[in-house]
Write a protein that binds this ligand. Sequence first.
Ligand SMILES: Nc1nc2c(ncn2[C@@H]2O[C@H](COP(=O)(O)OP(=O)(O)OP(=O)(O)O)[C@@H](O)[C@H]2O)c(=O)[nH]1
Ligand SMILES: [Mg+2]
Length: 378
Amino acid sequence: MKGVAIGENGQLRALIVRIEGPAESPEQSEEYLEELLFLTRSAGYAVMHVFTYGWRRPDPATFLTKGRVQEVQAYIEVHKDAIDFILVDAELSAVQVRNLEKAWGKPVTDREGLILEIFARNARTAQAKAQVELARLEYELPRLAHQWTHLSRERGGIGLRGGGGEQQLEADRRKIRKQITQLRLKLKEYAKQAAIRREKRETLPRVALVGYTNVGKSTLMQLITKAPVLVADRLFATLDTTTRKVVLQGVPFLLSDTVGFIRKLPPNLLQAFLTTLAEVKEADLLLLVVDASSPGYLEQLRTVERTLETIGAADIPILLVMNKIDRLTPEQRELLETTWHAQSPYPTVFVSAATKENLHKLYAQIVTLLEQVALSKK
Ligand SMILES: Nc1nc2c(ncn2[C@@H]2O[C@H](COP(=O)(O)OP(=O)(O)OP(=O)(O)O)[C@@H](O)[C@H]2O)c(=O)[nH]1
Ligand SMILES: [Mg+2]
């Protein structure tokens, strides 16, 4: 299977269980699987095998039906030395995790646990680290009683939980609750400081790059600001908002690069990143970047639109940036451009950050839209 690596360089090896959505097309199914493999690799895990199952109503005890639990169990029996943990791509309750771990004899994690791992790996600044840590502790608290935990940061992964009875458990819970309270206070302080910084900042128009993860936001940030920015072919490379002053055609503004969004982003994590996303909420213009070469770009766009609504940024003017057009054939590109211009509610530019094609058009559009924003503010 494409994208499957066998536990090289000491990576933890995952067995994946994916459950298709109730109305998933074969194309979507393939794309979601690709994304899931990419997520798993972005977390630094190797994928050993994938079980894909059709939609069934979740069993409250084990999420999966009995038959499926047994089928996976049979596979694990045979391959137990080649599998370190099982990833179920769903939202599992603490009880379901516990029961699955009992049945399979290996640690089990879910989609939120996986995304948390990626965020933990990529957090760079103290604020991003605190945000991820808070989300992680909140995720961990109800799951403490299970056999394995993600808590130990030194290991940075999934591991065995040292024995410990009820008393130990209660002590652990108290400790975590205390940490959560402290982190919330710390984050409040960060938010206050950031607000003060924004207040003090020059009263320049603000532009924010937003979009699905891995679409090329940071690459564009780098091109526009001509300053080095972390760009990587992995999901959620950027977790911190960076803001820089830019002057395009004599028009100065502040440009921010932000954390990417994803389908089924755990609400807990989005909540944790609201401080970082304040920059988006207060922007005068959003550059909504789309990967035009991804078959699922429309759905990704909807995900971003919904997320913008959730964070209260739905009313900000949008310039849609269709990126990565270098990956399209001339025919595909023409079809996309004509159909898109006929139906899109947004002004749109088609660009390639890789070949720099049409960047001048992007710059001209940003300037035009900023002038409009300035006029409407008067
Ligand atoms: N072919 C092609 N690749 C691109 C283009 N723009 C960016 N990329 C590549 O896409 C990958 C992701 O780019 P980033 O700029 O890190 O994407 P991002 O949106 O900031 O991603 P996150 O921070 O993870 O949300 C990198 O490997 C880039 O080199 C483009 O126009 N064409
Ligand atoms: Mg980025």
